[in-house]
Design a protein around this ligand. Sequence first.
Ligand SMILES: [Zn+2]
Ligand SMILES: [Zn+2]
Ligand SMILES: [Zn+2]
Length: 142
Amino acid sequence: MTGKQQRFAELLKKHKLRVTKPRIAVLDVISDKEVAVSQPDLEKLLGREIDRVTLYRCLATFEEKGILHKVFDLHGTAAYAMCNASCSAEQHADQHVHFICSRCNQVYCLDDIKLPQLHIPQNYRLEQVGVNAIGICGACNQ
Ligand SMILES: [Zn+2]
Ligand SMILES: [Zn+2]
Ligand SMILES: [Zn+2]
């Protein structure tokens, strides 16, 4: 295992998940990109190593545990990005703006923009907040 894969193994253990090759491979691909990776792209990138069902289950587990978060691009296709360390199975704490480029359809996680505090009625339970900003990304705007 490389140092990076070792870190993913630690992450899986932290979330009480068994360390398996497909899980490491999925994290490896997603963490490599600065943009969210769409499910079809993941299938393309990992198709030789992981069958569809395993990939699907893997993504669902990661989302549930607070390792990955899902965001939809302009075509409604699911894309996945890494969560930060403060996310857990109870709550996704990395609530941030997703910038979706209307030219290249890439989804960027903009972690540094603070979201306003939402005052939710008392008997409601907040699990996730999402803000999508749509426009032209830096790469397309050159
Ligand atoms: Zn999260
Ligand atoms: Zn773009
Ligand atoms: Zn994100």
